[in-house]
Design a protein around this ligand. Structure first.
Ligand code: TNX
Length: 530
């Protein structure tokens, strides 16, 4: 009996040692690889190409991100994943052998030379993100982020392993300008809201935020040489709201934050119309005999105010404003508005825009204006933002300027979805999700071709909205459809496919805490929660 036990003991401990050795060699501590289908991911914008390999990479406590750069966005990403998942992933300097499994961020020349392009290759052992630039790596990370469990968006503890489907993504944008506009004049929104909006834009690979900084109802940016603009001009908002403004430090903080997410800020000072708030602050810029001292305006009418285009003091004023604005704006463009100047005579308007364009270029910047500015002599590097009249966009192209597409009937986020939407306007259209999505910027206007177009922008005017929830409700999900129009190839976009993808992606918006519009066009019932 005892001998029998001894032999049994020897055999079992040998077996144990043997097993340990085999484990060390074959690293059997690793769990089996779980299959996952990359093509089931609901990425928005949809990538140029995706090839599934059927397996998966598991992100664990031991996952290391290898990088040769010190990227702010990476710190942010890691902090977020750590915080949200509780996993202790770490960063290490690039390991050249790549024997170690992990996530690699690699700057190198990839097939597509575009500086926003990236490639994402996922195997059970590696996630390789390749890009020509840091910006491309950033977009690779955004795609990876959308392939992680949606629960990570809300820090909900998940017990399932974090699996990334294996395969290869090749991706690059259709247009270089993929933007949004936020009107902080009709109602004021400060740093926290603007930063949140920037976060959202960056997640969907949008790269420009146009801030509408002045209008009849309020002036929202500190100009040190013209202090009354904010002391007086910032106090009002639509409907008697409380007003407010960005100090220069606030603005610089926003610019810097945006840069960390590869978003360029384009500041707009609307002129010569939409200037009542400036005229209240500096009545001498007005030459309306009937109303020499304009009163603060909190209504919603447009087209009644104008700077006095024949008064040289107006150009000194604009020189001050544009100089200060340009000096805190690293982006190439200053937006000069130029829309709906119904109180300005046509010839005065043309001379005015020509002069202001010269001031913008004097301070090293290029001009963007609403497409009304195509009545003036546009320089080749100017951009006309198309919003209403197709002929104005055509007139810009005929002058060799470029066009930014923001047709009000498709991209205006302040338009109601339908007649029951609790806020928003409908002068241009009701814009349901299909109408916002099903159009091709390159074919929208006869005579304005793909190569004439810098991209598209979704403006959100704020006459009827005064908080982040309302911003989110009007912007989402239309804005992510626009993000896809700007990024993805036209032939990849298909409404029927998009609306199923969006139905699944909605659960991610919920986790992100976005108060989006639940369109009846989206069939949610068929979606098993994934
Ligand atoms: C037109 S679009 C405007 C804005 C209003 C908007 C409301 C454009 C260039 N001007 O002043 O806020 O409609 O939808």
């Amino acid at each position: 009996m005892q001998l029998h036990h001894m032999i049994n003991g020897i055999i079992s401990s040998r077996l144990l040692y043997g097993l340990i050795i085999v484990c060390l060699i074959s690293s059997c501590a690793q769990k089996e690889i779980i299959p996952k289908d990359l093509l089931k991911e609901t990425l928005i914008p949809i990538p140029v190409s995706m090839e599934a390999a059927g397996l998966s990479f598991e992100v664990t406590d031991r996952t290391v991100i290898y990088t040769s750069g010190d990227y702010e966005f990476l710190d942010h990403f890691i902090r977020e994943v750590k915080l949200l998942s509780g996993l202790n992933i770490d960063v290490a300097p690039m390991s050249t052998s790549r024997d170690d499994g992990g996530i690699y961020l690699i700057l190198k020349k990839i097939d597509n030379p575009n500086d926003e392009a990236y490639e994402l290759e996922i195997t059970p052992k590696h996630i390789l993100i390749h890009a020509n630039t840091e910006r491309g790596l950033f977009y690779g990370i955004q795609s990876l982020r959308q392939m992680m469990p949606k629960e990570l968006e809300s820090a909900t503890q998940i017990s399932d392993p974090i699996l990334i489907a294996s395969g290869k993504i090749i991706d690059y944008p259709r247009f270089g300008y993929r933007g949004a506009m936020l009107d902080i004049s009709r109602h004021f929104f400060g740093i926290p809201v603007i930063k949140k909006y920037i976060d959202y834009l960056a997640k969907y690979k949008m790269n420009t935020l146009h801030l509408h900084l002045s209008d009849d109802q309020g002036w929202r940016i500190e100009i040190k040489s013209r202090p009354k603009l904010t002391e007086v001009g910032s106090l009002t908002a639509v409907g008697g709201g409380k007003g407010g403004y960005l100090s220069q430090n606030d603005y610089k903080e926003i610019v810097r934050y945006a840069q960390s997410k590869y978003v360029t800020i384009i500041p707009e000072i609307d002129m010569p119309g939409h200037t009542n708030a400036a005229l209240v602050a500096y009545p001498e810029l007005n030459c309306n005999q009937k109303d020499p001292y304009p009163k603060p305006y909190t209504g919603m009418k447009v087209g009644f105010s104008t700077l006095c285009t024949s008064n040289p003091a107006v150009y000194d004023f604009l020189d001050d404003v544009i100089r200060e604005l340009a000096s805190m704006t690293p982006g190439a463009y200053i937006h000069i508005g130029g829309d709906e100047s119904h109180a300005t005579k046509k010839n005065d308007y043309i001379a005015f825009i020509n002069k202001v364009q010269a001031i913008v270029s004097k301070y090293g910047k290029k001009t963007i204006g609403w497409d009304d500015i195509s009545a003036a002599s546009l320089s080749d590097d100017a951009i006309a933002q198309h919003w209403s009249d197709k002929n104005k966009a055509i007139a810009a192209v005929e002058q060799n300027a470029k066009v930014l597409m923001s047709p009000a009937t498709r991209t205006y986020l302040d338009m109601q979805y339908d007649s029951t939407t609790p806020f928003g306007l409908h002068w241009a259209a009701y814009i349901e999700l299909d109408s916002a999505y099903i159009w091709d910027p390159g074919k929208y206007i006869d005579g304005v071709h793909e190569e004439d177009i810098v991209g598209l922008e979704s403006p959100l005017w704020s006459e009827t909205i005064d908080n982040l929830d309302k911003i989110e409700y009007l912007a989402f999900p239309r804005i992510i459809g626009h993000a896809e129009i700007g990024w993805s190839p036209q032939e990849k976009r298909n409404w029927t496919e998009y609306k199923t993808r969006l139905a699944k992606h909605e659960s991610r918006l919920i986790e992100m805490g976005i108060d989006f519009y639940r369109s009846s066009l989206i069939a949610r019932d068929s979606i098993s929660s994934q």
